[in-house]
Design a protein around this ligand. Structure first.
Ligand SMILES: [Zn+2]
Length: 368
């Protein structure tokens, strides 16, 4: 019987891994050596590749990152295989997370060509397809903050019903390019907001909401988990002195300029770490003193809408670091900011979509 021999392809124009070395050890068996990230030598670029000629065949990949005491361990999260960025097959690591050596097993699938990446990857072209699907909605305006260093648009989707004057402005943004599950959470908020749900229709009139689903669109094609082409951590680049193209990496300058041109009431920063999705309030803006309600009211909404999907709200005594997009804008602009974390696993979209829907319900219920 003829057994197909899968080929692992890197680079891939959508999901790659800069500097990764691949050796073929057998017909279905590879060894991948990950390279360090630009700017963060203890963090590996992500294990990402395209697999071709692979239908009905298992594939084994031994992965190493030859660095002592690595950070941002490559096997910290489950990975997934996807033929279309809609269907995801979760993949598990053979051994417990250690960051230096592990094995990924891909079982036989019906797909002849598929991509593999960390969490549920949602790279630039797949994101563009999702944006095209809502572009014609009468309450949607699609634009870009500008171009990334490698020339990709940083998409911005603004949602508002122009028949009404918005009372509130909200901005929802994903900073780290490797945290695909958080982009599923964010895109679910967008899709639900545009649904026929009566509460969402009312919210579109009451608020203007900007979605920036990937601040660093160069990341997935290069396997960068946290950084841009300058090797700058995309959540360590807010500038307390104000936006400045000479002293700030490009994507950060574009986002900060946008935020400061008309500061929103709230800023939601979408990330992942292990465990259930959790929301950390860096600080409450002036609307908490009367117009909307108290922090206790917000706590109650998290319990009401987040059961089984979100941890209870955490409130920081001091905002996060001034270089972060939750801590910095809170300190400099005095607005309400959230760090949304957790949800790093599982590597299927549905729980992250449900978490996004819960967050949108909370946003709509509190900022009335
Ligand atoms: Zn992050």
């Amino acid at each position: 019987m003829f057994t197909p021999s899968p080929s692992l392809i890197v680079p891939d124009t959508e999901l790659g891994s800069e500097g990764m070395r691949l050796e073929r050890l057998g017909p279905n068996h590879y060894h991948a050596t990950l390279a360090p990230s630009r700017g963060l030598p203890l963090v590996p670029n992500m294990l990402q590749f395209r697999c071709e000629n692979a239908a009905d065949t298992p594939v084994r990949i031994d992965v190493t990152f030859p660095v002592e005491a690595p950070r941002g361990k490559f096997d910290e999260y489950p990975h997934s295989a996807t033929p279309d960025y809609r269907t995801y097959l979760p993949l598990e690591w053979e051994r417990p997370c250690n960051g230096t050596g592990n094995t990924l097993h891909i079982p036989p699938t019906p797909w002849n060509v598929f991509q593999v990446g960390m969490q549920c990857p949602l790279p630039q072209k797949a994101l563009a397809g999702r944006i095209d699907a809502v572009r014609e909605h009468p309450h949607v305006e699609v634009s870009a903050l500008g171009e990334s260093i490698q020339g990709r648009p940083i998409h911005r989707i603004r949602v508002h019903d122009p028949a009404h004057t918005p009372r509130w402005r909200h901005v929802i943004v994903n900073q780290h390019p490797g945290e695909g599950n958080s982009r599923w959470r964010l895109m679910s908020m967008l899709d639900r907001l545009l649904s026929d749900d009566p509460g969402c229709a009312a919210l579109r009139g009451r608020a203007e909401i900007d979605f920036i689903p990937m601040l660093c669109p160069d990341g997935p094609a290069n396997g960068w988990r946290r950084v841009n082409a300058d090797g700058v951590d995309m959540n360590r680049c807010f500038r307390m002195e104000g936006p400045d193209a000479r002293h700030q990496t490009r994507e950060a300058f574009l986002l900060q300029s946008f935020l400061e041109s008309q500061p929103p009431h709230t800023l939601w920063c979408m990330h992942t770490w292990p465990g259930l999705t959790e929301s950390i309030l860096d600080g409450a803006g002036p609307e908490f003193s009367g117009d909307c309600g108290s922090i206790e009211d917000l706590h109650a909404l998290f319990l009401q809408h987040g059961e089984g999907l979100l941890k209870p709200l955490s409130v920081r005594e001091e905002p996060g670091g001034a270089e972060t997009w939750n801590g910095g804008p809170r300190r400099r602009l005095g607005i309400t900011t959230f760090l949304i974390e957790g949800g790093g696993e599982p590597a299927v979209p549905e729980p992250h979509e449900e978490a996004g829907w819960a967050l949108l319900k909370i946003l709509g219920a509190f900022w009335r």
